[in-house]
Design a protein around this ligand. Structure first.
Ligand SMILES: Nc1nc2c(ncn2[C@@H]2O[C@H](COP(=O)(O)OP(=O)(O)OP(=O)(O)O)[C@@H](O)[C@H]2O)c(=O)[nH]1
Ligand SMILES: [Zn+2]
Length: 221
């Protein structure tokens, strides 16, 4: 499915069906056994030129398999479930809710090396709100899968839009890609910014501007 990439400022346009279908269901593949995963790590150790039988590396395949369970734990979690519990008693609050500077670690699907960044997620409630931590959990679940930054951005926005059904969602991600700094073109310190807007945010550039202002407000340079 195509990622939704938007540049700033956006032209107001009609809401599209893509808004609500941008989140990906979790892939279903048959997993190999832990022994097979550990054997694959031993193969990679030999591929890089080291000796998996030397003392320091003996337990490494086991550790790597365990670490992978954690850093790719997003495949075993369901972001839709996280948004299932909502609250309506908010004293009539009907304005934007922004959770900014949500730190995340992901891995790029091209090289499987880290993407390190921050997500800013806002929504305009339509009567109901969700626990703030649940938004961060959605970020975390998608980040703990192999990603492109564009897909990560679109998946977070699409899931919140389709499950919570607010008046609009805005997601901005700023991240550094280790595949661009550790290897390849070796450009340290460059940041990639992606945004996805749905409904009210997509149709109204003033809402986008408000979102950007709030994200930048109080930020230390
Ligand atoms: N659009 C996008 N590109 C990404 C992301 N993460 C990594 N990339 C890029 O994916 C591209 C993969 O390019 P390829 O030519 O297929 O692979 P490569 O030869 O390893 O590329 P180099 O990184 O240029 O050495 C590179 O330009 C990466 O910088 C991402 O989140 N979004
Ligand atoms: Zn990469």
């Amino acid at each position: 499915m195509d990622a939704i990439i938007k540049s700033f400022p956006q032209r107001p346009e009609e809401n599209s069906a893509a808004d609500v279908s941008a989140h990906h269901p979790k892939p279903t593949v048959e997993r190999p056994s832990r022994e097979e995963a550990e054997a694959a790590v031993r193969t990679l150790l030999r591929w890089i030129g080291d000796d998996p039988e030397r003392e320091g590396l003996l337990d490494t395949p086991k550790r790597v398999a365990k670490a992978y369970e954690e850093i790719f734990g997003g495949y075993s979690a369901d972001p839709v479930e996280e948004l299932g519990r909502t609250f309506e008693e908010v004293a009539g609050y009907d304005d934007l809710v922004l959770i900014k500077d949500i730190p995340f670690h992901s891995h790029c699907e091209h090289h499987m090396v880290p993407i390190i960044g921050k997500a800013h997620v806002a929504y305009l409630p339509d009567g109901k709100v969700v626990g703030l931590s649940k938004i961060a959990r959605v970020v975390d679940i998608f980040a703990r899968r192999l990603q492109t930054q564009e897909a990560l951005t679109a998946q977070i926005a699409g899931t919140i839009q389709s499950v919570l059904n607010p008046l609009g969602v805005a997601v901005m991600i700023e991240a550094e890609h280790m595949c661009m700094s550790m290897r390849g073109i070796r450009k340290h310190g460059s940041t990639t910014i992606t945004t996805t807007f749905t409904k009210a945010f997509k149709m109204n550039t003033e809402e986008q501007t408000r979102f950007f202002n709030l994200v930048n407000n109080g930020r230390r340079s």
